[in-house]
Design a binder for this molecule. Structure first.
Ligand SMILES: *Cc1c(COP(=O)(O)O)cnc(C)c1O
Length: 226
């Protein structure tokens, strides 16, 4: 099942990219494996899928030691500062940095263990009170505060649109993140085009049309959760 699902999603990514006049190779697929047993990650690895997304630190602690070094984990859940040290040690990217406090916690631990970590800043692009993420208007300031933390490499932006929306309704949020990224690039806040992590099982094709370079797909690969 996982093999067929991955093949189908790669096809859909390629179609969405080509339709948008983009190169499919510039889009990374994060296989969101939260709540799924490590055996399913191992199966995905055997199909060539090496990049996983996890939402809970306790799951990362269980799964990381059971996976080969070739497996990479992006942390995509809400990260509490008291768990930051585990993410700093175990993950290859944290996509959900939304405060300078969290960034400093990560940086301190990275300094202690001699690692650097790629991060994305999570933006609450819909200014949805129920969502984490820094408001779009405060993103530039947060990036300026993170800049001196030299164990963190800020690679771009991530967003989760309000969930009640259909794929088409999410388009404006994806476009909004894209515009914010373009603006920060123009201002020289980013020195190369920022990665844009947006789009999930139900709307990744729309996100790709709007410029996503990372899509986070769970259900469509591993089946529904609980
Ligand atoms: C769970 C989750 C996903 C995957 O959602 P699906 O609808 O299962 O594809 C993507 N991004 C984040 C942040 C998530 O929490």
């Amino acid at each position: 099942m996982i093999r067929e699902n991955l093949a189908r999603i790669h096809e859909q990514i390629a179609t969405a990219a080509k339709t948008a006049g983009r190169d499919p190779a510039e889009i990374r697929l994060v296989a969101v494996s939260k709540t799924k047993p490590v055996e399913m990650l191992v199966e995905a690895l055997s199909c060539g899928q090496h990049l996983f997304g996890e939402n809970y630190i306790h799951e990362v602690q269980q799964k990381r030691p059971a996976l080969p070094a070739s497996a990479k984990i992006h942390f995509i859940g809400h990260l509490q500062s008291n768990k930051a040290k585990f993410a700093a040690e175990l993950c290859d990217m944290v996509e959900t940095v939304d405060s300078v406090k969290l960034a400093r916690k990560l940086n301190n631990r990275l300094d202690a263990v001699g690692r650097t970590l790629e991060i994305l800043v999570q933006v609450n692009i819909g200014d949805d009170p129920a969502k984490s993420g820094v408001p779009a208007a405060e993103t530039e300031r947060l990036l300026a505060e993170i800049r001196p933390l030299d164990h963190l490499q800020v690679k771009g932006l991530m967003t989760i649109p309000p969930l009640e929306n259909s794929a088409e309704e999410s388009r404006r949020y994806f476009a909004g993140l894209r515009r914010l990224g373009d603006e920060l690039l123009t201002k020289g806040i980013f020195t190369e085009p920022p990665l844009l992590s947006m789009g999930m099982s139900g709307d990744f094709a729309v996100a790709i049309a709007e410029g996503a370079t990372i899509v986070r797909v769970g259900t469509a690969i591993f089946g529904s959760r609980g």
